[in-house]
Design a binder for this molecule. Structure first.
Ligand code: FES
Length: 256
């Protein structure tokens, strides 16, 4: 069944206020290891000053035949239905930032640990394109020079005073190859809209057991053919950030 048809059926047959269920999405391809599917893309944009932001889909209140309602997020981006459901797995479905109307500004904020170069940036600093400016010659610890430079960030994870929230980890890769992704791709219009200045981003939660994979970062990645890929060191899953694919999964419902 085509992924578009599946999405239409889901809406047409949904009779209750469910915020989970069968969900089509665009993700970076899982190419090896036990992970069942790719990790969902986070569409990107920048503001006037070059700060990177993840796009949060439009919020609407949906009414159901039984009279109940649910607030949902869904937006058409390049003929793809982009929704908050894309991220509802691995416990992330309970994150406050996934509430449709969460008070968040959508900036990607630096989250050091995975990439040594980010140790020089104060945690929580808003990431800009400038932080990744040297991407065309960047040499990561295990991959090829010029394959791209990645950063680890949090998204929609800002907490109030004295408050702790579950974080949404996002990885962003700036690579010369990103601008070629829309060419001839069946979802080229989506990729054109979802990438920005040679940058592509995804929710960085391994779809196997929810570890945090990294692009060009873990020393054992080359042993598994993943020197220039996204590698999960927990059980050796590999993802190709330069191969976006259409996928489906059963999203967990949000608690409310
Ligand atoms: S491969 Fe098992 S958690 Fe990533």
């Amino acid at each position: 069944m085509g992924t578009g048809t599946m999405g239409a059926l889901n809406i047409a047959t949904n009779t209750g206020p469910s915020t989970g269920g069968p969900t089509d999405y665009i993700g970076i391809e899982n190419t090896d290891g036990p992970a069942p599917r790719g990790m969902p893309i986070v569409p990107l944009t920048t503001d006037d000053e070059g700060y990177l932001k993840g796009v949060w889909p439009e919020t609407t209140v949906r009414e159901y035949p039984d009279g109940s309602t649910a607030t949902v997020t869904a937006e058409d981006i390049g003929n793809v239905t982009y929704s908050g459901r894309w991220f509802q797995y691995c416990g992330i479905q309970t994150a406050a930032g996934l509430e449709p109307e969460a008070d968040q500004d959508n900036f990607l904020r630096s989250s050091p640990g995975l990439f040594d170069w980010q140790a020089d940036i104060e945690p929580g600093t808003k990431l800009t394109l400038e932080h990744l400016d040297d991407y065309e010659e960047w040499q990561g610890p295990v991959g090829s020079a010029g394959a791209g430079k990645a950063a680890q960030a949090t998204w929609r994870s800002e907490a109030g005073e004295g408050e702790e929230v579950k974080q949404l980890p996002v990885q962003v890769l700036r690579s010369p190859a990103v601008s070629d992704l829309p060419d001839g791709h069946e979802h080229g219009a989506f990729l054109e809209a979802a990438t920005e200045a040679d940058c592509i981003a995804w929710l960085d939660k391994c779809t196997h057991f929810c570890c945090t994979p990294g692009f060009n970062s873990f020393p054992d990645a080359p042993k598994f053919g993943a020197a220039d890929a996204v590698y999960c060191q927990c059980h050796q899953s590999v993802y190709d950030p330069l191969s976006p694919v259409a996928l489906s999964f059963n999203a967990f419902p949000r608690p409310d």
